[in-house]
Design a protein around this ligand. Structure first.
Ligand SMILES: Cc1cc2nc3c(=O)[nH]c(=O)nc-3n(C[C@H](O)[C@H](O)[C@H](O)COP(=O)(O)O)c2cc1C
Length: 179
């Protein structure tokens, strides 16, 4: 049973990447087998529904997703939605997400966009039968101080998400259908 922390912001000093690093640390503290992937390290073509699927980075990121039982996705909120890089990655990797447990670590500019991951989450649930962890992390600019998490509440939510993902992955190891 292994988990994947997937950072999807392409920003050089991304805040959702800070959340991802904290989540990775929380999972490692719990002794989890966990991998970390950053979309900045896997430049992806735009999905054309055709030849883009053959890109080597698409295959690499799809393999990482396929191998994980749970995926903790660090995501920037853009225009009341997930960023286009994550949406594009999902379009390219599609069925690799089948049956995964998925949690979100969101960075946003303000509090009013807190439902922004819902259409992406719906797609994961309806298209790929993912189990979405309902209590996700949603952090705003004031929750960070440079490259660290400033507020205890956000650190607590990250720890809680890590624990929930690990617990669900263990409990559902032989139950959630894959592929
Ligand atoms: C194109 C763009 C659109 C954005 N749209 C929203 C938005 O709808 N709601 C919001 O709260 N913040 C919005 N923001 C602010 C980002 O969510 C914020 O900068 C966040 O830290 C980005 O995540 P990152 O630091 O991991 O890249 C937007 C930023 C950009 C660049």
């Amino acid at each position: 049973m292994s988990l994947l922390v997937l950072s999807t912001s392409l920003h050089p000093t991304s805040r959702s990447r800070i959340l991802c690093r904290a989540c990775l640390a929380a999972l490692e503290t719990r002794g989890a087998e966990v991998a970390f992937a950053d979309l900045r390290d896997f430049p992806l073509p735009m999905c054309d529904g055709d030849s883009a699927y053959g890109d080597p980075n698409v295959r690499r990121i799809a393999d990482l997703i396929r191998r994980a039982s749970a995926i903790l996705v660090g995501v920037p909120v853009y225009n009341y939605d997930v960023n286009a890089a994550l949406k594009n990655a999902l379009e390219l990797t599609g069925s690799a997400w089948t049956g995964k447990i998925v949690g979100f670590l969101c960075a946003a500019g303000g509090g009013t966009s807190y439902m922004s991951v819902m259409s992406f989450a719906n797609s994961l649930m309806l298209d790929f039968r993912c189990l979405i962890i309902p209590r996700f992390v949603y952090a705003e600019g004031d929750d960070f101080d440079g490259d660290t998490i400033r507020t205890a509440d956000i650190q607590h939510r990250v720890d809680e998400l890590a624990g929930t993902a690990l617990g669900l992955a263990a409990a559902l190891r032989d139950i959630v259908p894959r592929g």
